[in-house]
Write a protein that binds this ligand. Structure first.
Ligand code: B12
Ligand code: SF4
Ligand code: SF4
Length: 373
């Protein structure tokens, strides 16, 4: 088999199935990454969403004993919405980050990787192939970097010269010995715009994140958001794009190459108040197909309360008071108490005092007490 010709055929085929960039690397261990992952864990800088087994993350042959190569893919997504929401005065909206626009990218990339697997199997029936996107063991960025997809920016993102950092990443391990591509040169230079733009200082230094401080992480947690971060969430319902929008390489980059990843404006930038009332079933029906829904409705509803507080939306007070008095979830009552204080100052004192008397959850009682004082 001529693997060099197969590589060219794969590159050609990938273009026809909506893969915007493809790169090849060896299956050798990711030794720098390993040290990095150990250090991040020691510092408690990880999010907890990473695969726990560092050996599996950095040694592809533990996932496929006969692995020779890894094929990395990137799919570009838009940075601007084609259609805008029609905003009425006073109707406040939240925002899902760009990586959550359109259909869940796991589905989008898996479909492409499945097609690619089929194509390769037709040519090499004995090929071993193992694909993954985000939830697999490998670090998608480290694979993409080594396969020449893009460089690793100071904002931690893989930045492609063509599409900026607005690309989803995935990969396929294989026993086929492809010729590896060359990694790209770092093009960040002396720029520090992403570090300066990060609202929480989560980028502790170029290329190193304290995920515990990252707003993207905080929007995906299930408990109460620590008070120091609440106001910095702004109207973000899921994810954060600040270190990408600040990046000069991303300026003017807005690719609309795939219908599946186009934003549905009413979903990507939804009205806040209706979100508070969604049942589990309604949430699934409305938002179940986007990647930002993976943690369920609770974090999104909590973030919607914080966004309403950010806008100081007095028209939301009735809903928030209802949550404070009747919601079964302490996290929602606690966040509502804080939001009521932000929006109405002393105006809702009587309501808060009454809620304090009947509240049984200690954390919620403490929050109400703090607002009252
Ligand atoms: C956990 C996770 C998160 C966590 C932690 C993020 C982080 N930076 O580690 C949280 C929830 C915060 C998060 C947020 C986001 N995420 Co995320 N996340 C992941 C996940 C599941 C694992 C990442 C991981 O292992 N991190 C650990 C760190 C240590 O490694 P790494 O950044 O992946 O790898 C780099 C570093 O190790 C660095 N490195 C290694 N050694 C050394 C040494 C030195 C000296 C230096 C400077 C660097 C360095 O090089 C590697 C390659 O770039 C991956 C999917 C996957 N399976 O890989 C997606 C992934 C990284 N996320 C992605 C996206 C899109 C995002 C968000 C933009 C979403 C959003 N809009 O909110 C933000 C961006 C935040 C940011 N600035 O990083 C994409 C990235 C696409 C891209 N173009 O880079 C991925 C690859 C998902 C995907 N398959 O597309 N994410
Ligand atoms: S995603 Fe937001 S909070 Fe996280 S590092 Fe980037 S700018 Fe900072
Ligand atoms: S903002 Fe500047 S330093 Fe940060 S990733 Fe972009 S080019 Fe690199």
């Amino acid at each position: 088999m001529n693997y060099s010709q197969l590589k060219q055929e794969i590159i050609e085929y990938s273009k026809s199935i909506g893969i915007d960039k493809i790169g090849f690397t060896t299956a050798s261990p990711f030794t720098t990454l390993k040290l990095r992952l150990i250090r991040q864990a020691e510092l408690n800088f990880q999010s907890g969403f990473e695969e726990k087994d560092i050996e599996k993350r950095t040694e592809p042959r533990l996932l496929m004993p006969d692995a020779h190569s890894i094929i990395a893919i990137a799919v570009a997504y838009p940075s601007k919405m084609k259609d805008r929401v029609i905003s009425k005065e006073g109707e406040r909206r939240g925002i899902f980050s760009r990586a959550s626009w359109g259909l869940d990218y796991h589905t989008v990339l898996r479909r492409r990787l499945e097609k690619l697997e089929k194509f390769i199997r037709e040519k090499v029936p004995q090929a071993e192939l193992k694909s993954m996107v985000d939830t697999g063991e490998l670090a998608d960025r480290a694979v993409a970097e080594r396969a020449g997809i893009g460089w690793s920016g100071k904002n931690c993102a893989i930045i492609t010269p063509e599409f900026g950092s607005y690309v989803y990443l995935g990969e396929m391990i294989t026993n086929i010995p492809f010729e590896p591509d060359t990694p790209l040169e770092d093009q960040c230079g002396t720029c520090t715009k992403c570090l300066d733009a990060c609202p929480t200082g989560a980028l502790v230094t170029g290329g190193q994140i304290n995920a515990q401080r990252c707003i993207s992480f905080l929007t995906q947690t299930k408990g109460t958001i620590p008070e120091e971060y609440r106001e910095r969430l702004g109207n973000r319902l899921y994810g954060c794009d600040s270190c990408q929008t600040a990046c000069p390489v991303n300026k003017g980059k807005d690719f609309h190459l795939h219908e599946e990843v186009e934003a549905e404006p009413e979903i990507a930038k939804p009205l806040l108040k209706p979100l508070l009332h969604l049942s589990n079933r309604q949430f699934k029906e409305k938002l179940g197909h986007i990647s930002g829904a993976w943690r369920g409705k609770n974090p999104i509803q909590r973030n919607a309360i914080i966004a309403l507080a950010h806008f100081k939306d007095k028209t939301a007070l009735e809903d928030l008071i209802d949550i404070l008095n009747h919601d079964q979830r302490p996290m929602m009552r606690e966040t509502a108490a804080w939001a009521i204080g932000k929006i109405d100052g002393n105006g809702s004192r009587a309501v808060l005092e009454k809620a304090f008397e009947k509240e049984t959850d200690e954390a919620v009682r403490q929050e109400i007490k703090k607002v009252l004082s």
